[in-house]
Every structure is written in C-alpha cells, then in structure tokens.
Design a protein around this ligand. Structure first.
Ligand code: HEM
Length: 377
C-alpha cells in the first residue's frame, strides 16, 4: 500500500517517503504562505536559493535571539554565541576563521583518526539497530573532539570514553523545539560541562582548537565566544551526521552493501535522502521575496530537501542539505568523511544494513531526518 502523503512540510521530515510530496510542492507551489503553519514555504531550488541569499533573511527572530526555554541558562549562553545562530558582524568574522580552518583540514588524517577511534569503540550490543544508533551519535563527534585536540579518556582495556559525545547529543536535543523541560535541564548541565572542559583546553595543544583560539585572539574575538563555537563544531557534527549515516545505512539495506562504494553512497544519500530537510529564516525588513511581498517578522521555512528533488532545478545534483549562502555549512566535506568512516566501521563490525529496515522509524524532529533503528536480531 502507498503511504499517505505528508500532511505538511514539517511532518514530511520524518515521513517514510516524503519525496513525491516535495517534488509536487517544488513544481506547483515554489513559494507560498502556509496559513496553518503561519510560515512562508520555499520549495523550488530557485526559491530556496533566493531566500538563503536574501540580505534581510536572519537565522533567528529579531525579538528572540535565544529560544525562551534556554534563555538565561548556560545552554542559552552557548546557543546565543554560535555563528549558526547569529547574523551580521558577530557571524561574519568568526565564520571566516572557521571556514579557513575547516578548508585546511587534512581529510586523510581525519579518516585515520576516525578509524583509530572506531577500533577503540567496542561493540556493546548484539542488536544491529542499537549498535548503529549508538555509533551514529558517537564516532563523528569523538573524531571532531579528537581533531580539536580534546583529550579522550580510555579505560584499562583501551576502550575510548564516549562521554563527550553523550553531552553533545544531550545539548543538541535540548535545542529542539520538541525538547521537554527534562531535556532542557539535561541540556543546561551538558552545556556547562562542554563549555568548561573545552574552554580549559583552548590554550593548550596543537589541534584545531588551539589554531582557532589563535586566529580568534588575533581578531579580538571574546574567548567565551570562541569556546562556544568550538563546542559548536561538535554540536553541528552530531545530529546531521548521524542522519547522513543512518540514511546511508537505509540506502545500503535497500540496494545492497556487499560491493557498494561507500563514498559514492554517502554522496548520493546527501542529495536524495538528506539528513537536514529544512531550515528557517526570519525577515528583518519588509521585502519582496520570490515575487511576493513579505513583512518584517515573517518566517520562512526553507525546504532544502524539496530543492534537492526539484525536477526543474538548474543544477539538479546540488546537495542542498548543507545549505547555501552566508550560513552555508563549512563542514560538508568533513561530514561526508565522518559518515563514510562510521558506515565502514559498522559494516566491519558485522552490522547488516538490511536487518535495520524492520520497523524503520525516524526520531521526532522538525528539521532532521534521522532513523531510530529498532531491528530485532
Ligand atoms: C551531514 C552532516 C551535516 C549537514 C547536513 C549539515 C548541514 C548544515 C546546514 C544546512 C547548515 C546551515 C543552516 C542554515 O543556513 O540555516 C549548517 C551550518 C553549519 N555547519 Fe553543518 N552540517 C553537517 C555537518 C557539519 C559538521 C561535521 C560540521 C563541523 C564539524 C558542521 C559545521 C557547521 C557550522 C559551523 C555551521 C554554521 C555556519 C554558519 O551559520 O555560517 N556541519 N550545516
């Protein structure tokens, strides 16, 4: 039986097959106002590009730089300093530094570090689904922590501690509009731990964190903001990369994995079953957007996943999931390598992607498509 089409672009994120719906939207409603969601919706590749390029499109509502649930806490302080959540000068200077450092990463070195960490991660559960869920949310973040130069503890058996990845996932969950008060409370504790432990290493070592700290110092950037954005790299590496890994495992489960080219599979999945399905912009001034009059304060839901499936797109192979324009993802190449290494490590640990397909569900989310595997084996 055909699945029922998603009710709206938010429920599309976790729908079993939202792509026919996205294609129809891109074709017939490239930019429209959804009265029920009270949001403008950009669906075609052209509309998505225009919104992301608009100078008055901001990443946060003017009156709410930090979500009310986090405001006034350590989690709110961390959130409010992230370049991802700022515009203007606060964003541009640090973004240039982050872009330069990310572009300078040696991806062969990243692969070697990820494989080394994978070798120190024991398989703790016989269930393939549980193991895949666990690795998706740990190996990429541990590798970024290692790149930053943060010390990762090992136990007497040489197994690496996943503590930092646990705190990062807890903070990331607290940023969601779906977070419960308990999630937020845990996120505040996680923010405190992450800020403290990352901040205490900014002056030491020769890793990415030290290089970022030096560049930030030269540009007169407040050390607390630098620390927040170093933590931010681990946060950005968490859910979206988990989604890219999970969606690649789903793809391999459906299409066969024994002789699959994992690099090519990850690239394909980033386009056709992307982990970040949408992002938002908030208009700072009245403007004309995609031929329509929009008002200051209006919010726009930017359907990256619809743009990637737009049958009329000028560049049909563009991986929209990494965004575009001023706020475009500086970690796209790194994310792909982390996803490839994690998928390879799971296959090497005898996780069979086809066993992950039973009862396939996605984690509740308004923007990220991340499988929550519950295979029984
Ligand atoms: C599959 C994995 C990833 C996906 C799909 C992804 C996607 C995105 C998207 C869509 C944005 C822009 C959001 C917007 O414009 O509203 C973004 C921003 C960002 N990403 Fe990624 N990302 C991924 C992994 C990573 C990794 C591994 C890092 C670094 C370690 C990273 C670092 C960042 C940073 C710092 C920003 C903020 C840039 C800015 O606001 O100017 N991302 N990412």
């Amino acid at each position: 039986m055909e699945p029922i089409a998603p009710a709206d672009p938010i429920s599309a994120v976790t729908h079993s097959d939202p792509y026919p719906y996205y294609r129809a939207l891109a074709r017939s409603q490239p930019f429209h106002f959804d009265a029920a969601l009270k949001l403008w919706v950009a669906a075609s590749a052209g509309a998505v590009a225009e919104v992301l390029d608009h100078p008055d499109g901001r990443v946060r509502p003017a009156a709410q730089p930090v979500p009310p649930a986090l405001a006034g806490s350590a989690a709110g302080d961390l959130f409010g300093r992230l370049i991802r959540m700022n515009d203007g000068a606060a964003h541009a200077t640090l973004k240039a530094i982050v872009l330069r450092q990310m572009a300078g990463l040696d991806l062969a070195d990243v692969r070697a570090r990820a494989h080394k960490l994978a070798a120190a991660l024991p398989r703790v559960d016989r269930n393939d689904g549980h193991e895949a869920n666990r690795w998706m949310f740990t190996l990429p973040v541990l590798t970024v922590a290692d790149l930053l130069g943060l010390p990762l503890e090992c136990d007497a058996d040489g197994h690496v501690s996943t503590r930092v990845a646990g705190f990062v996932a807890t903070f990331a969950a607290a940023m969601s509009p779906l977070a419960s008060p308990t999630d937020v409370e845990a996120g505040v504790a996680a923010a405190r731990w992450l800020t403290q432990s990352t901040g205490s290493h900014a002056a030491a070592g020769d890793g990415l964190l030290h290089q970022l700290a030096q560049a930030a110092g030269d540009a007169d950037i407040d050390p607390a903001t630098l620390t927040a954005n170093a933590v931010g790299l681990m946060i950005q590496a968490c859910e979206a990369t988990a989604g890219l890994i999970g969606n690649t495992l789903v793809h391999l489960g459906r299409s066969g994995w024994r002789d699959a080219d994992i690099d090519a599979s990850v690239d394909l999945v980033a386009r056709i079953d992307p982990p970040v399905q949408n992002t938002r912009r908030f208009m700072a001034a009245d403007a004309t957007l995609c031929g329509q009059v929009v008002r200051a304060g209006d919010a726009v839901l930017v359907l990256l996943a619809a743009a990637a499936h737009d049958p009329a797109a000028a560049a049909p192979l563009h991986p929209w999931t990494f965004g575009a324009g001023r706020h475009g993802c500086p970690g796209d190449a790194l994310a792909r390598v982390l996803a490839v290494c994690t998928v390879q490590a799971l296959l090497a640990r005898d996780v069979h992607p086809d066993r992950l397909l039973a009862n396939l569900r996605y984690r509740p989310s308004v923007n990220a498509r991340i499988p929550n595997f519950q295979s029984i084996n």
